[in-house]
Design a protein around this ligand. Structure first.
Ligand code: P6P
Length: 353
C-alpha cells in the first residue's frame, strides 16, 4: 500500500518531529542523520557525474595530472568518513570498503552510536548507468555510559538491535528509504533546492507479489528444493497467481526497492560455491531486513529471521530471502521440503503420465 504525500515535509523536519516524540532524546541522533544526509547529497552529486568521470578524470585510473584517482565506491566511502568522523555522535564505524573497523580520530569526541555502511552498493553497475545505492545501519553502542573508543562488541550486534536503517537509490531520482522503527518513509531528493522531500510514508509491502528476483545464472549450483521453488513460480496456476515475472538488476537495493513497492521476493541464496550466499549480513541484509519488516514483510536466511542472526564477523555473509510475507514463507516451505498441495498434485499427475 502506497500513501503518496501532498504535505511538504523535508527529512530534517521529519527527523526533528521524531526527535520531539522520542522520550529522552538529546538531539544526538538528529545530528548524526544531518551529517549522513550531507554525505548522501555529495555521493548523489558524484554518482550523477559518473558518466563524465573519464572526461572529468575521476575514474579509477589516473587523472589528467597523472595522479592515481580512486574508484567511485572509494570516493563514497571517504565522503561518509569525512562527514561522520568529527560530529561526536559515533564511537566507531564499519564499511564494506574497509577490512578493519574504522576508529574515530583521537582529536574528536566519541558518541553513543555505531555506524555500518556499504558506501556504494552495486558498483559493478556504475559503468552502465544502472541504479546503485548506499546502505547504512545504526546501533547504540553496547556500553552506553562509556565514552572511549568503540569495540568489535559494539559492532557485532544482531540486526534486531538496530536503531535505524536506510538505503539510498541513485536511480531515475535519488530516493532515501529510511526507518527508525516507526514505519518506513521515502524521501525524494530535489537537487535544485538540496532537500529530501517526503514522497511516500508508512509504506506497507503487499502480502504477495508477481515478481521474483534472483540470479538464475547460479541455478545449477542451487539446492534441489530451491530449484523446485523457482520452477513452481514459473508454472502457470489455475488462479492465475503464477507464473511470476523475473526482475533482476544486480544491485541489492534496486531489487529490494522494487520488491518493497510492488511485492514479491528478492533472493540471494547459498549455493555450492557460496555456502553463505554473497550479501553481507551487517551492512546489507540487516538494514534491508529492518526496513522490510517495518513495512510488514519478512526477511530470513531461508530458515532463520535475519534480524535474529548473531553475527560473528564484520564482513560475514548470509543467504537472503526477503520481501512479501506470503512469498518468503512459501520459499521457506519449499526449502524444508514442505511442498504446497497443488505442487504435490501436479508432480503426481506428471509422474502418472
Ligand atoms: P551477482 C552488487 O555487486 C552486489 O553486492 C549486490 O548489490 C547485488 O545484489 C549482488 O552483488 C549481485 O550479485 O552475483 O548476481 O552479480
Amino acid at each position: 500500500m502506497r500513501m503518496r504525500v501532498s504535505k511538504l515535509v523535508t527529512i530534517e523536519r521529519h527527523i526533528a518531529e521524531e526527535e520531539h516524540l522520542a522520550r529522552g532524546a538529546t538531539g544526538e541522533f538528529s545530528r548524526l542523520m544531518r551529517d549522513m544526509l550531507l554525505a548522501i547529497r555529495l555521493i548523489s552529486r558524484d554518482v550523477r557525474r559518473a558518466g563524465l568521470n573519464d572526461v572529468l578524470g575521476i575514474t579509477d585510473g589516473t587523472n589528467v595530472h597523472g595522479e592515481q584517482v580512486k574508484k567511485l565506491d572509494q570516493i563514497a566511502h571517504d565522503t561518509i568518513f569525512r562527514a561522520m568522523d568529527h560530529g561526536g555522535h559515533l564511537c566507531i564505524m564499519a564499511s564494506e570498503e574497509s577490512e578493519e573497523l574504522i576508529p574515530i580520530p583521537p582529536e574528536y569526541a566519541r558518541g553513543k552510536y555505531v555506524l555500518l555502511f556499504d558506501p556504494l552498493d552495486g558498483s559493478s553497475n556504475i559503468d552502465v548507468n544502472v541504479t546503485i545505492g548506499t546502505i547504512f545501519s545504526i546501533y547504540h553502542r553496547v556500553t552506553p555510559d562509556y565514552v572511549g573508543d568503540g569495540t568489535l562488541e559494539d559492532v557485532l550486534q544482531p540486526g534486531a538491535r538496530q536503531v535505524a536503517a536506510g538505503y539510498v537509490c541513485y536511480g531515475s531520482s535519488t530516493q532515501l528509504v529510511y526507518t527508525t522503527g516507526n514505519g518506513v518513509d521515502i524521501f525524494t531528493y530535489d537537487p535544485t533546492i538540496g532537500e529530501f522531500i517526503l514522497s511516500e510514508e508508512k509504506i506497507q509491502i503487499p502480502n504477495r507479489g508477481k515478481y521474483y528476483s534472483v540470479n538464475e545464472g547460479n541455478s545449477t549450483k542451487w539446492d534441489d528444493n530451491l530449484k523446485k521453488y523457482i520452477e513452481y513460480l514459473k508454472t502457470p496456476s489455475a488462479d492465475k497467481r503464477r507464473p511470476y515475472s523475473l526482475r533482476y538488476v544486480g544491485t541489492s537495493i534496486a531489487d529490494l526497492h522494487r520488491t518493497l513497492m510492488y511485492g514479491g521476493i528478492f533472493m540471494y541464496p547459498a549455493d555450492k560455491s557460496n555456502p553463505k550466499g554473497k550479501l553481507r549480513l551487517m551492512y546489507e541484509c540487516n538494514p534491508l531486513a529492518m526496513i522490510i519488516e517495518q513495512a510488514g514483510g519478512r526477511a530470513t536466511d531461508g530458515e532463520h529471521r535475519i534480524l535474529d542472526v548473531r553475527p560473528d564477523a564484520v564482513h560475514g555473509r548470509s543467504p537472503l530471502f526477503i520481501g512479501s510475507k506470503g512469498d518468503v514463507l512459501e520459499a521457506e516451505a519449499f526449502l524444508r521440503g514442505d511442498f504446497p498441495k497443488d505442487y504435490v498434485q501436479a508432480e503426481a499427475e506428471t509422474a502418472a503420465k
